[in-house]
Design a binder for this molecule. Structure first.
Ligand SMILES: Cc1ncc(COP(=O)(O)O)c(C=O)c1O
Length: 403
């Protein structure tokens, strides 16, 4: 049996999405900027996709910019605001648990003289609204806080932070922008940009059963952005480059399908909760990370104490089950997840943690198969592992698993 529980890394392209895209690989070859009929049809397809994406987050189509994915959306949001508003201030607020597409951009801006506050999260995995309020200074131009964390699923209090920002703006700081990286929540939860009070939202198609290499940035009317790339006048002069019509059509269709199938997420949440409940009942010494806060319905991050997470990952892979660790492998040794570390987990617990991420395609049979596999593997691994000897030791992986 093959069980794919790594949907937060990427999802399978929905059949309906693929069908919508196919003509744009062959017959519909137009450049969306061309004036002839081929070009006009390509342009119409792009604009249709823009409306589909806008509907998913209750935005106006003119507020959607297509680009190459979540990473570019985060870069454009943060660098765009930093460049456009630096005369108003050079302070940015973010959190320690953001995706590298946010953290690395903030770090690069620090090297250019911006001041960045990296807010801590509690052991619950969520930032406090009060800490955001306290961090706002007269020179703060941007707050960038993700919606659902990609490792734990923990939702950040975006709506409440939006209200704090509205108060700050009402007292005179009109230039303060609010960005959320919603790559892991869009398509899995109802999102309304006005209710959240956000100005910029990052979206990636491949996390919602669309193709890889395409995404969108929502930019509220009136928000200025400095350019990241220079070239033609595409996307209202905000993102140059010939539109990837095929991929954009795929993103649009994926957004439409996500909206029509949103209620299926209740079933997925139920399946995720069942998975966690059964794990707790069948395996000793497991901890659900961020289990106490509201989470995106698809993610379960589990610490299997006294287990080498990489070894468990490989053992599951050998049984056809795909999950992931938050640990990045760099030069042969494991960098423990910055998210779990920020939540206060001990290094050995971080390295004993796995993420299982579901999708609307995940079935009860797949979850039961996974539970049985874990039940069979974990106790044996614990017997083998000498207590605490993983503490500071580097974990040696088979060559094919190093990256
Ligand atoms: C929260 C978050 N932001 C940004 C990204 C980057 O998106 P993309 O792969 O489309 O560049 C990811 C991908 O894992 C993510 O999980």
């Amino acid at each position: 049996m093959k069980v794919y529980l790594d949907n937060s890394a990427t999802t399978a392209v929905e059949e309906e999405v693929l069908r919508a895209m196919l003509p744009y690989f062959s017959e519909e070859i137009g450049n969306a900027q061309s004036v002839h009929s081929f070009g006009r049809r390509a342009k119409a397809a792009v604009e249709h996709a823009r409306r589909q994406v806008a509907s998913l987050i209750k935005a106006d189509p003119t507020e959607i910019i297509f680009l190459s994915g979540g990473t570019e959306a985060d870069n454009l949001a943060i660098r765009g605001v930093a460049g456009a508003y630096s005369a108003n201030g050079r302070h940015i607020i973010t959190t320690r648990i953001e995706h590298p597409a946010v953290l690395a951009v903030c770090e690069s801006l620090e090297r250019e003289g911006f001041r960045v506050t990296y807010l801590p999260v509690g052991d619950c995995g969520s930032v406090s609204v009060e800490s955001v309020r306290d961090a706002i200074a007269s020179d703060t131009i941007l707050i960038s806080i993700m919606h659902a964390n990609n490792e734990t699923g923990a939702l950040q209090p975006i709506e409440e932070i939006g209200r704090v920002i509205a108060e700050v703006r009402a007292s005179g700081s009109a230039h303060l922008c609010f960005h959320t990286d919603a790559v892991q929540s869009v398509g899995k939860m109802a999102i309304d940009v006005d209710r959240l009070g956000v100005d910029l939202v990052s979206i990636s198609a491949h996390k919602l059963h669309g193709p890889k290499g395409v995404g969108a940035l929502y930019v509220r009317k009136g928000v200025r952005l400095a350019k990241l790339l220079y070239g033609g006048h595409h996307e209202r002069d905000r993102r140059p480059g010939t539109e990837n019509v095929t991929a954009i059509v795929g993103l649009g269709k994926a957004a439409e399908v996500a909206l029509t199938r949103m209620e299926e997420m209740d079933r997925v949440r139920g399946l995720r909760d069942y998975f966690e409940q059964e794990l707790r009942a069948r395996i000793s010494d497991v901890k659900i990370n961020a289990g106490e806060v509201v989470r995106a319905p698809v993610i379960s991050n589990i610490t299997f104490r006294r287990i080498d997470g990489e070894a468990l990952l490989i053992a599951l892979d050998l049984r056809g089950i795909a999950a992931s660790t938050g640990s990045a492998c760099s030069s042969g040794s494991l960098e423990p997840s910055h998210v779990l570390t920020a939540m206060g987990l001990r290094r050995k617990d971080v390295l004993a943690s796995l993420r299982f991420s579901l999708s609307r395609e995940t079935t009860r049979e797949e979850i039961d198969y996974t539970l049985r596999a874990i039940e069979e593997i974990v106790p044996g691994m614990r017997c083998l592992s000498e207590e605490d000897d993983m503490d500071e030791a580097e974990i040696s992986l088979p060559v094919e698993y190093r990256s």
